[in-house]
Design a protein around this ligand. Structure first.
Ligand code: PLP
Length: 375
């Protein structure tokens, strides 16, 4: 049992939770790598085992391991044959590197609005955004909400546009019985140091399309793998993949417990899409948990100082992503419509980082109590 934690002023604080988790399964992997030398070799059994395990887990045909989630998105764009002058549609609220990846291929990002209050692309914005140059759509599951990937895919398929499903924040999530990352034409995963499956760095591209897979292999294989994931990285990912279903469920249970206890007038209101939970056979994954922040009447806090205050109590809250249209010159992208929902997310969104979501119930109760008593 944890002893109660306090901040410098003796106030209640939650126990800090460190990441990554070095449990016995990870210790065993390191011990085995030391004895068999696989930690330092180009080739060994681990990458192949990981490829097979990821293919089984996601029920996909092809898994290409690579050096990061960012490079996985780049490879997906290359597989979609995105070339200079082409256009790629993404939500105006999305991971910054996705925008940069489109630019790096000489293509133009076309930014569309999100659903109201949710960090996911609004599919009804797509028809106005399509042009004869549209090659791909990047569709990201973010902060505990699933993207509306089926609606996006049905609009894209009619036009031969490739749907890239960014599941970097959603490893282990299930949407209507399908693993996140397996639903779009191509899915991407990240194994970065903060992610739900972590190896410090690393990523993967998933697809059932043999041609897309072949293009990625041709691009990365230059007699040597130009975007490699190492044996050492693969080895530490394997046990985490086995633990992932259990941890995904525990995080969801704790999110539900936390949200039930937040005061109705809390400055934080959950910004997650409840509809997958009503669908059945769906389990959202929480790399971040999103909230809309509203300043309480008479409060001394704004969004940033509210997060700072709670971080002193070991509660990892941060302002979320900036809107891509708010931080890039308008010369870099195109829009078809206004972006009022993404503007609000830019101004109000806060995220809670995931390690605390594996804590025990008492810590979650304390987390809710400290949030309720602040602001
Ligand atoms: C982390 C992340 C990435 C990129 O992953 P890296 O492995 O850090 O390059 C891409 N998309 C989203 C939504 C992410 O959260």
């Amino acid at each position: 049992m944890n002893s109660p934690a306090h901040d410098d002023f003796g106030r209640d604080a939650v126990q800090p939770v460190s990441w990554p988790i070095a449990d016995d399964s990870i210790r065993d992997v390191f011990a085995k790598m030391l004895s068999d030398g696989s930690w330092g070799r180009y080739h060994g059994p681990h990458c192949e085992s990981l490829q097979t395990a990821l293919a089984d887990f996601h029920s996909v045909e092809h898994v290409m391991l690579c050096s990061s989630g960012t490079s996985a998105v780049e490879l997906a764009l290359r597989a979609a044959k995105v070339e200079p002058g082409d256009e790629v549609i993404l939500a105006a609220y999305d991971y910054k590197a996705n925008f940069a990846n489109v630019l790096s291929l000489g293509a133009t990002p076309v930014l569309v609005d999100t659903l109201p209050g949710l960090p996911i692309l609004d599919p009804t914005q797509l028809p106005a955004a399509f042009s004869s140059k549209t090659r791909a759509i990047i569709c990201s599951h973010l902060h505990g909400s699933f993207a509306r990937i089926d609606e996006v895919a049905s609009l894209a398929r009619q036009r031969g546009i490739v749907v890239i499903e960014d599941a970097c924040q959603t490893a282990g999530g299930t949407l209507n019985g399908r693993a996140a990352g397996s639903i779009g034409d191509i899915g991407v995963l990240s194994f970065g140091g903060s992610k739900l499956l972590t190896a410090g760095r690393g990523g993967a591209v998933l697809t059932n399309d043999a041609m897309l897979a072949q293009r990625i292999r041709l691009y990365t294989q230059r007699g040597n793998d130009a975007y490699p994931l190492s044996e050492m990285q693969a080895a530490v990912l394997l046990p985490q993949l086995q633990q992932l279903p259990h941890r995904t469920k525990l995080r969801l249970t704790n999110v539900q417990r936390l949200l039930q206890q937040l005061a109705p007038d809390s400055p934080l209101q959950a910004a997650i899409d409840p509809s997958p939970l009503q669908l059945g056979n769906s389990i959202p994954a929480f790399y971040k948990l999103a909230f809309r922040y509203t300043t309480r009447a008479g409060s001394k806090f704004d969004r940033e100082s509210f997060c700072e205050e709670l971080r002193t109590r070991n509660i990892p809250l941060d302002s979320a992503f900036p809107g891509l249209h708010r931080i890039h010159s308008q010369r870099r992208f195109r829009t078809a419509e206004d972006l009022p929902n993404a503007d609000l997310l830019h101004e109000n969104l806060i995220t809670l980082h995931h390690p605390i979501l594996l804590a025990d119930a008492l810590e979650i109760d304390k987390l809710a109590a400290v949030i309720n008593a602040t602001g």
